[in-house]
Design a protein around this ligand. Structure first.
Ligand SMILES: NC(=O)c1ccc[n+]([C@@H]2O[C@H](COP(=O)([O-])OP(=O)(O)OC[C@H]3O[C@@H](n4cnc5c(N)ncnc54)[C@H](O)[C@@H]3O)[C@@H](O)[C@H]2O)c1
Length: 330
């Protein structure tokens, strides 16, 4: 079987997840890498036998590839994805698809116009506990979801903000909401199985007040089309990176997701299903990048639906954009 040719733009922290999976996957072959910092691109190119580029447009013009992995700061996602898709290239974009819903929508339309795949990295949907809970809900055994809450309490200090994009509204687009807890917002809408119709929210700066432009703390009450309301709280002011906590109240009981645990309470029965934690350098990110990336390639090759496509990934972008719009008005 011919392998799909891959390129990665952005050789920073998260890119290692992409490089490792492309390398291990028998269906992909890395041919080009790009970073504006030449040493970073050179290092990855040497490691994986690919060609290094220091300019994205030049890579698009000179290299031939089928799949582009976008691992750059948020403000670059939409422009890079649209340029690539207009050349018939499939795009797997790190989260968020874009800072603004309107740009993410243009990305979805561009993918459809060019008949290419657009995916986004909400890898936590592939965690064993997430899959288990999604299946349990789909089985009807717990009845419908009637309420939910999601909580993220992580730690980001001044050093995290020492580069040129984190903590800036222009390049990151926001703080804990658009960057860290967008995964939890995605899981909430995916598990509840409905689109957001209303949001009341607030954002604030606590630990790094006045030192960065973006919020480190946020809360919201989110209403979904099916009538379910979800409470959401996220902060980067904790002294550790706790596992994400999600609770789903259901007609016939309650489900809690915490780390690799699914705790199910139904009538008198309460039991915990424990999943093995996959290996990964940053466990609190979730360890399912590999599964998501492998499925993206399988979908392209087999011409099947990709679970976290643009139209699915945009739902969390809409919640984020709406959360900020509401919070910035009050
Ligand atoms: N899915 C996850 O769990 C997860 C985890 C971490 C980061 N991310 C996402 O991945 C993306 C990158 O985050 P990161 O932590 O790796 O950031 P990073 O700052 O470590 O890396 C970004 C890289 O992009 C490069 N870059 C910047 N502008 C460029 C340009 N014009 N052309 C080419 N390269 C350019 C930088 O030099 C840097 O090497 C973000 O969207 C972030 O939200 C996702």
């Amino acid at each position: 079987m011919d392998k799909l040719k891959s390129a990665v733009v952005g050789c920073g922290s998260v890119s290692s997840q992409h490089f490792n999976t492309i390398d291990k996957n028998e269906k992909s072959e890395l041919v080009a890498v790009c970073d504006i910092i030449p040493e970073k691109a050179d290092k990855k190119a040497a490691e994986y036998g690919a060609t290094a580029f220091y300019d994205f447009d030049e890579m698009l013009e000179k290299a031939q590839f089928d799949v582009l992995h976008i691992c750059t700061p948020h403000y670059l996602h939409a422009e890079m994805a649209i340029k690539a898709m207009n050349k018939g290239i499939n795009v797997l974009c790190e989260k968020p698809l874009a800072i603004f819903y309107a740009d993410a929508l243009k990305m979805c339309e561009c993918a459809e116009k060019n008949n290419v795949y657009l995916g986004t990295c909400f890898q936590n949907r592939y965690n064993d506990a997430s899959v288990y809970i999604k299946n349990l809900l789909s089985s009807g055994e717990m009845g419908a979801v009637t309420g939910a809450k999601g909580m993220v309490t992580w730690d980001r200090d001044e050093e995290y903000y020492s580069d040129d994009w984190h903590g800036t509204l222009a390049k990151e687009g926001g703080g804990v909401v658009i960057n860290q807890s967008i995964h939890t917002l995605d899981l909430l809408q995916w598990l509840i199985g409905s689109d957001m119709v209303d949001i009341r929210s607030s954002i604030s700066q606590k630990r790094l007040a006045g030192k960065v432009e973006t919020e480190d703390t946020a809360d919201a009450l989110i209403t979904f089309e099916n009538g379910v309301q979800a409470l959401f709280y996220a902060t980067l002011c904790y002294n550790g990176n706790s596992p994400v906590f999600i609770e789903l109240l259901c007609e016939k009981g309650k489900i809690v997701m915490y780390d690799d645990l699914a705790i199910i309470k139904k009538g008198e029965d309460k039991h915990t299903v424990t999943f093995e934690h996959g290996k990964g350098e940053k466990g609190y990110w979730g360890n399912s990048h590999g599964k998501l990336i492998a499925e993206f390639y399988d979908s392209i090759i087999n011409k099947t639906h990709f679970e976290v496509d643009g139209r699915s990934g945009i739902k969390a972008v809409k919640i984020v954009d709406s959360l900020y719009s509401y919070a910035r008005k009050i």
